[in-house]
Design a protein around this ligand. Structure first.
Ligand SMILES: C[S@@+](CC[C@H](N)C(=O)[O-])C[C@H]1O[C@@H](n2cnc3c(N)ncnc32)[C@H](O)[C@@H]1O
Length: 201
């Protein structure tokens, strides 16, 4: 909800909003609710056809869904149009590490002055004890919320070597070197961090 409010605030007419790795539509659905009937142009990208199908079905009941353009593609293959807000929630972590810098630079270059980049990632602390502590307490919370030990282990194994987390410092450095002049950790929960980067007005 915070992200949809930020997006509504920073959206500039005549530009695009990107939801990268739009998945089941969590962001876009919240944003459609936030915008009501107001005008905008949103491009939602995912490389999973079943996900995009689910996304389409989910948003079809929302006012303004015809302003959303779903695109089935690898994020690395899209050519970004002029944008004012780019969102990448829990998506960069699946992009090969060596391609991340070029993607963030492309995002920065697509933004108009005053535009923002909202990125949420699972991060990892460079101190292995702290990293383990966060994992342990996060899994403990999952168990308290009804996930079995087997489910937690299966998910962890499925994501091993697929989801490559980086440190907060790495994310900030990459955003700085792409050109973002103002960067903040907007929200932090266990090892999940939501960043905002702004391009100078
Ligand atoms: C964890 S989900 C994202 C969650 C979603 N953004 C949200 O906030 O609820 C990651 C999504 O990124 C997509 N994805 C992963 N790598 C991708 C790539 N290279 N190009 C496009 N989509 C990708 C996956 O198909 C998946 O739907």
């Amino acid at each position: 909800q915070q992200q949809s409010r930020l997006t509504a605030k920073f959206y500039q007419d005549g530009t695009r909003i990107y939801d990268l790795g739009c998945s089941n539509g969590n962001f876009t659905a919240a944003f459609l609710s936030e915008m009501g009937g107001r005008d905008f142009d949103l491009i939602a990208v995912d490389n999973s056809a079943p996900m995009l199908q689910f996304f389409n079905n989910r948003i079809s009941g929302f006012v303004g869904h015809e302003r959303v353009r779903p695109v089935l593609s690898d994020i690395m293959d899209i050519s970004f149009e002029k944008s004012s807000v780019v969102i990448a929630n829990l998506t960069l972590q699946f992009i090969p590490v060596e391609q991340r810098e070029i993607l963030i630079k492309r995002i920065y270059d697509s933004l108009v002055p005053g535009g923002i980049f909202l990125i949420t990632e699972k991060t990892i602390n460079s101190d292995s004890d702290l990293a383990e502590l966060q994992q342990e307490f996060y899994y403990r919370l999952k168990e308290e919320n009804g996930y079995s030990k087997i489910e937690i282990t299966r998910k962890r194994e499925a994501l091993e070597n697929v989801l490559i987390p980086e440190t907060i410092e790495t994310h900030i450095e990459r955003m700085k070197s792409a050109g973002f002049s103002a960067i903040e950790i907007w929200f932090k929960w266990f090892h999940f961090a939501a960043f905002i980067g702004r391009k100078k007005s």
